[in-house]
Write a protein that binds this ligand. Sequence first.
Ligand code: ADP
Ligand code: ASP
Ligand code: MG
Length: 451
Amino acid sequence: MRKIMKFGGTSVGSGEAMSRTADIIMSYDCQRAVVVSAMSGVTNSLLEMIEDARKEVPEHLNWLRQRHLDAVRGNVSPDIMPEYLEQLEYRLSGLGHLIHLYRQDENRIMYQDALASWGERLSSLTLSFVLRARGADSLALTSEDVGLVASGPPGNGSAVLQATECNLRRTLVPLLNEGKVPIITGYYGADGRGRPLTFGRGGSDYSASVIGHGVDADVVEIWTDVDGFMSADPRVVKGARTIAEMEYGEAAELAYFGAKVLHPRTVEPAKRKGVAVLVKNTFNPLGQGTRIHGLTRTNKDLLRSVALKTGLAIVKIYSSELVYQPDLVARVLGAISADGTTIYAVSTSLSTLAVVVPVESVQEVCSRLKGFRDQVEAVKVKEDAALICAVGDGMLESCGVSAKIFAAVADVGANVELISEGASDIALNFMVGGSKAVDVVKRLHELYIGA
Ligand code: ADP
Ligand code: ASP
Ligand code: MG
């Protein structure tokens, strides 16, 4: 048995949490590699540091030092403490140096992902010492050490699976075979020039899946602060239930469209090799959790889970030439996504193309659409829109499923602003105004999943 265990920010967010996490890791004796997030709040603080040049560096380093020292108090034995302190200081001074370079250099974008990756470099070091104090043969490794290769734009990289697999066979597999417990930084890989490239917020889940794929793990475990993948975000719907089993595609749709419990791309590498993904609660390890795998369902649910993605905008492009110039839609979409802007949904009519993009991309998208002045009569934007992704069985084949879903929308007085139906067999996606979105999710849950 070989497994990858990923622990999120809250699972390593304090001394107590680190201790629980270490107990969970120690309770298994199979081959295991751990992927770890930064301590909760640390990545946010690093990103603030990047954005706000007035933030004092020594103060920030002191805060980071204190967070990590608090986490080892009582968790690391005196015999290895001096070594820990030395390595912590070494990593903190590396960060200080990098911030200095960042603030002096014109080409700042080069440093941003490297800075953002520092939380994982500190937490992985810390957890490895907590495990050593418990007798495990543990060591901290960075994504560079194991050869997790990434490519793509800053802040939104993708792993290069084949190259990573080749490297992991050389770097990580021998350590697992020797019974070592490696603690690896989540969140980022190294690009072709060896520079850190992050996978977007929450990216450590994806790192774990990429590593699980690369070492042919039996299971990738995502340890977090809730009982598994649930029928809705439990922070939004109090009665949300844990789903015992999910098919890869269901989890992927929900994660992509807002279920924050998994990074949007977590499922993809695991699915390629049929590695199961298990979502478990660090604070309730005996709970069953959710098993995501190549499941064939026998039971049918109208609705199994609802996800909500806020912070989106609908850009409507009006052109009477839309259907008469066959390549116009393709060119407009190409222009919108040119700088890596994600398009979450598209809907067309005779003379309108509606495109859903993150609200922060709207300005840039509109300025690029100016290039179509001759063919486009108007561009209108509706900001503050939210996408709801409803996953269930028979979204395509059963009669009346959408009618039932839209009845719930009408119940709370919300307007459906855009529908994307039929593209997926299991998901129905639609947009509503941001202010009504939570009410819609609650009502859908109440009607079709249970209060
Ligand atoms: P971690 O730090 O462990 O990666 P995250 O905060 O990224 O944890 O993800 C866990 C959170 O995801 C939960 O606390 C919960 O509020 C949220 N969440 C959103 N949708 C779901 C869902 N469908 N099932 C479970 N949790 C969800
Ligand atoms: N530390 C990173 C973040 O906060 C990655 C992660 O937690 O998965 O986004
Ligand atoms: Mg997360």
